[in-house]
Design a protein around this ligand. Structure first.
Ligand code: BGC
Ligand code: NOJ
Length: 817
């Protein structure tokens, strides 16, 4: 079934029917203010932190799905309808939703009345703008009533959904003309309020939900709209909303635009009130300034144009052209866009993440920046320093930190023993992209304590040493609470229903070991050694090299099962991911990562391991996490065995780790297979497959595996490490254009059938326009490279473009063969 198409020139995904198999959403905002926006105008917005400063209310797992958003009800004579389809599921003569980069536009029409809603968050301001245009395409005059509707969240989204004995008494608003102010808790400790305003005069308003909708009514039957007259209700407790009533006369062919702004405003404590504080009238200065700025359609258009320019420049840093349009648009546009979103949100707010649970992940954010660092390196730099500041002095880490306070979040626990290594991975990627070794000398607190501050380099050293000093009986790293696979809980033994595997007591056995952490160590260790070398720490570099060699030996000795790499040893020292096991005989993660680290490339183990992955784990929709799926709950394995077979970590296609295999395949030079593993999980290739259900322009965390009842169905789109890793796999390893310490490596590994491609890559202070010719039809191998017409010496794999640092554009022609 087709629900839409890619408009590549506009860089938009165009949804052509509103009843997509799941809400297909977009993100508005890329700085401090964010909105989640579905194709039927559902969703919510928040300032900086989806839990603590949420402006509008959204009920997850609601019935009907995706109710609540920014709604505009139209009353055209007696005909009442919602142009975004929801919430009335109105029959529309036409409908289209275009999700673009940081904005969305819904256009629809009924009975000769045309509607467009353009929604975005402007750069530099903390608000959502909704530009509404109504046009009368009929031959008769029309008198239209427009009712806006949003529901305010009482700021703390968790309390808002739980603490009703308090909440029903605290809601407060103020109304001044066309401006509705939400000021719950402003009287006491908050210094911020929200404003929902429109730039035209109103006939009335409502701010009390029940008055507007009518008791026991849903969004689909607002009494006020049917009555055609607002009640001017002032909320007091219960559920404050914002609704404007606008009357509009439209002659045939006449169009009118309105600008709605939903903004977040802050005042310094001493300036919270209008002069007489006792009157409790809020100081509107920040709202006035904001609304003044966006008081005309022209101003809104200008802000949107600036946003478009921003994205054009950003994505201009890496563009792809190829015959395979699906790959080109994903790698060149949508994958990078998703990387920006994961970088901003970590795992906090999506249609699968409620925005109240999770902060910024230590490992998640370090990996997210791999897909983002080429876009805005300064922000990646700041993020690295934030993350590192939450590290414990012994090198281990809180698993998450809160974006507002930037402090480690104890509630989500610690002791995931892979966490420290991802810091090395993130820092190495940053240095390769920028050449900025200065970051290593930045003083960074440990555990957010300035007294414990030391250089970032020391943080890396502690990360590296933590792994080396926490090894088990086989000399492999101890797994701790879990490694990258949150659900491999080998020290937890949880038998209590409902207990969180992530935070429950961890009985450190000193025995359970992770082959994956060992492989991650082997992957990032050489970078650590290189960083030491390049900063004159020669002894440390040598010691690190030795430690890596020793770890690889340990993996070969105790982490190899004969046909593939083992996954782990449990708390009893028993193998996991071995042919000796009943279920869970082979896992994807350790195999992908070990080969990515180059282990077994010379002795044939790498090839064997990847062949085993293909034979035992591959499916038409991607590679499943392990096989056979666990059919019973294993106390000694934890959450992984708690999922029904085929879902999530229990043999689901957990997309995040598929690109590890893709990259591993490129290390073997198998371009056709590498690309196949890339394309299988890439959403654009399943655009019209409604079985997948989710947005065709973004990756999902998981696709149900072959053991699942709904094999092939995707879940958890947007906020997943899949975004960054697939971008790394396609750009760095398949197209093969990857930053190294001394320049830009060109080393493609593509399907023999791919005749070539071109990429424009900004790298440090120069632009490289790279054209790759594969008329020879090989999978790997560079025969010649010319830089601005002059042949370049080849060494290593492919060629290394020097860091030209001259602010100029350079032409690079690459011939494979
Ligand atoms: C999920 C993991 C997730 C973890 C953290 C588990 O239930 O399966 O994918 O990372 O929870 O909240
Ligand atoms: C999701 C988490 O965000 C990520 O950190 C983890 O690695 C995967 N789950 C696998 O369990």
């Amino acid at each position: 079934m087709q629900y839409g198409y890619f408009d590549d020139d506009a860089r938009e995904y165009v949804i052509t029917r509103p009843d997509t198999p799941y809400p297909w959403i977009n993100y508005l905002g890329c700085e401090n203010f964010y909105g989640l926006f579905s194709n039927t105008s559902g969703g919510y917005c928040f300032y900086q932190d989806a839990r603590m400063l949420r402006l509008t209310r959204y009920r997850y797992n609601n019935v009907p799905t995706d109710s609540g958003g920014r709604y505009f009800y139209l009353r055209d004579g007696a005909d009442v309808w919602t142009p975004s389809w929801m919430p009335m599921k109105s029959k529309l003569d036409r409908y289209e939703c275009r999700h673009g980069l940081g904005y969305s536009r819904i256009s629809s029409g009924r009975n000769g009345l045309a509607f467009t809603q353009t929604s975005f968050v402007p750069l530099g301001d903390n608000c959502e703008i909704h530009k509404i245009v109504l046009s009368n395409g009929s031959k008769a005059d029309k008198d239209i009533d427009i009712f806006s509707f949003i529901e305010f969240c009482l700021w703390n989204a968790f309390d808002d959904m739980t603490n009703f004995q308090r909440n029903y008494s605290i809601g407060e608003v103020e109304v001044e003309g066309s401006r509705i102010y939400h000021k719950t808790e402003y009287r006491e400790r908050r210094n911020h309020y929200a404003v929902w305003a429109v730039n035209v005069p109103v006939a009335g308003f409502d701010t009390d939900r029940e008055t507007f909708l009518g008791l026991y009514n849903g969004h689909d039957h607002p009494e006020t709209v049917f009555a055609g007259k607002a009640n001017n209700s002032i909320a007091s407790g219960w559920a404050p909303i914002g609704s404007h009533h606008i009357k509009m006369h439209l002659a045939p062919n006449e169009s009118r635009a309105m600008i709605f702004v939903l903004g977040y405003c802050e005042n310094p404590v001493e300036k919270k009130w209008e002069p007489n504080a006792a009157l409790g009238v809020i100081n509107k200065a920040p709202a006035n300034a904001l609304l003044e700025k966006y008081s005309s359609p022209e101003a809104a258009d200008k802000a949107l144009a600036a946003l478009n320019e921003y994205w054009k420049t950003l994505l201009g840093r890496f563009t792809v052209d190829a015959e395979d349009k699906r790959m080109a648009r994903m790698a060149g546009v949508w994958n990078q866009y998703q990387c920006m979103v994961t970088f901003n949100m970590s795992r906090s707010a999506s249609y699968f993440e409620s925005g109240i649970g999770r902060g910024m992940g230590f490992r998640d954010s370090n990996q997210d920046l791999l897909g983002f660092v080429h876009l805005v390196p300064e922000r990646a730099r700041a993020r690295i320093l934030d993350i590192a500041a939450t590290q414990f002095p012994d090198g281990s880490a809180y698993h998450q930190y809160q974006p507002l306070t930037k402090r480690g979040n104890n509630e989500v626990g610690s002791g995931f023993n892979d966490d420290p290594l991802w810091l090395i991975c993130g820092v190495a990627a940053y240095i390769k992209e920028t050449g900025d070794y200065g970051i290593l000398e930045e003083m960074v607190p440990f555990d957010s304590n300035d007294d414990l501050a030391d250089s970032l380099f020391v943080h890396l050293q502690r990360s590296f040493d933590y792994t080396l000093t926490h090894t088990g009986p086989h000399g492999l790293p101890l797994i701790g609470r879990a490694d990258w696979n949150d659900c491999l809980n080998l020290n937890c033994f949880s038998a209590t229903p409902g207990e969180s595997f992530q935070t429950t007591a961890n009985y450190e056995s000193g025995v359970a070991e992770s082959v994956l952490i060992a492989a991650i160590f082997a992957f990032v260790g050489p970078d650590y050694a290189e960083i030491c070398r390049r900063t004159g720490r020669l002894e440390e570099a040598e010691a690190a090299d030795k430690a890596v060699v020793a770890m690889v030996e340990t993996i070969n000795k105790h982490g190899w099962d004969g046909e593939w790499f083992l996954r782990a040893y449990d708390a009893y020292g028993k193998k996991i991911g071995s042919r000796e096991c009943g279920d869970g005989q082979i896992f994807i993660e350790s195999n992908g990562f070990a080969v990515m680290a180059g282990i077994g490339l010379k002795d044939g183990r790498a090839k064997k391991a990847l062949d085993s992955v293909k034979e035992r784990l591959d499916t038409q929709y991607g590679i499943v996490l392990q096989q056979p799926a666990y059919r019973e709950y294993h106390l000694e394995l934890g959450e992984i065995s708690s999922y029904p077979p085929g879902y999530k970590e229990n043999a689901g296609i957990f997309c995040h780790n598929n690109p590890w295999v893709t990259i591993a395949e490129t290390r073997l030079g198998r371009g056709t297979r590498a690309f196949e593993t890339y394309a299988k999980i890439c959403p654009a290739y399943r655009e019209d497959d409604s079985l997948r259900r989710l947005e065709p322009y973004v990756y999902a965390q998981m696709i149900a595996g072959k053991d699942a009842k709904r094999f092939g169905e995707a879940k958890n789109s947007w906020l997943t490490g899949t975004a960054a890793w697939t971008f790394v796999s396609i750009s760095h390893y398949i197209l093969g254009i990857r930053p190294e310490y001394d320049g830009l490596r060109i080393d493609p590994c593509i399907p023999a059938a791919m005749k070539g491609f071109s990429v424009t890559r900004h790298f440090r202070n120069a632009v490289y326009r790279i054209v790759v010719d594969n008329t020879a039809g090989v999978e790997k191998g560079v025969k010649s490279v010319a830089l601005d017409g002059k042949p370049l010496n080849l060494f290593g794999d492919g060629a290394l473009l020097p860091d030209l640092d001259d602010g100029k554009v350079h032409e690079v022609t690459v011939v494979m063969g």
